[in-house]
Design a protein around this ligand. Sequence first.
Ligand SMILES: Nc1nc2c(c(=O)[nH]1)N[C@H]1C(S)=C(S)[C@@H](COP(=O)(O)O)O[C@H]1N2
Ligand SMILES: [Mo]
Length: 321
Amino acid sequence: MATSKANNPKDSEVTPEELFLGRRNFIRAGLFAGSVAATSLAYKYFGPRSANPETASGAADVASQTAVAASGDQPNTFEEITNYNNFYEFTTDKLAVAEEAKALVTRPWTVEVGGLVQRPKTFDIDELLRFPQEERIYRFRCVEAWSMVIPWMGFPLAALLAQVEPLGTAKYVAFESLYDKSYMQTSWSAGIDFPYVEGLRLDEAMHPLTLLATGLYGKQMPNQNGAPIRLVVPWKYGFKSIKSVVRITLTDSEPPTTWNIAAPREYGFYSNVNPNVNHPRWSQAKERRIGEFSMRPTLMFNGYEQEVASMYAGMDLRKNF
Ligand SMILES: Nc1nc2c(c(=O)[nH]1)N[C@H]1C(S)=C(S)[C@@H](COP(=O)(O)O)O[C@H]1N2
Ligand SMILES: [Mo]
């Protein structure tokens, strides 16, 4: 796709946006020293952990967060997470997504779940918000070599899939985002096809780390982060975490994925975070955590190696990039 190369911002954005970076981290580094205790302190500091009455809270919850919470990494601020975004349906300018995505209409909203399942079902968003919601602090690593730590709200995708009962023939799960031409960019101007589509192998989809996220920092999902519901797959590059999902389809063959369609040599189906396999145009060995000055090493499977590596045992991770 020649045009997407020409106007593909992924080229330039590997260079950090100086405007956005490094403006306030002196303060935060001083406040939170990077311990597990500091993680829960950060929660108290950054405000109510739950605006959602459905949300479980309490000590046990904090313990499970800190367990998943990226070995003491501090969550990025709400301001950072909601003002530096990729959401090509609105704009390719990360700093402008927050403003443009105000146009996103999130009610009424349904997610149609079907394909190779026993009980296909269309879920209303209110029904999805009644699934037991958890808070999960995950590292988030964009393929463009920047990263954040985000306290998501949501529930395991596995809980949804259990309700529709995948058939034995189902091997993959395909996802589709809302595409409303009346207020979103054209594929031509964005450089990628719409609707945005993604996919996982069924075992990846069923993995307990794989989340359908409905919010962050205890608030319902901001439009710019993929309201009202989006996928979060923390061991894969950010583009796998498809936003504003309207359709989930179980299939028997590998589903097409947006960035693989746009540039198959650069973006594979798996797209597991891997510091040893570089993007054809840049290194993946390091990343810039939004809010920090210097690069930090990128971790295998984004730090979730223990939890997920067995799913790829015996696979050539260079071929299946
Ligand atoms: N529908 C849709 N989903 C998407 C994207 C997009 O442009 N459209 N961008 C992806 C990319 S490249 C990244 S890095 C993350 C960004 O999520 P965030 O803005 O919540 O950090 O969303 C992913 N999901
Ligand atoms: Mo990304």
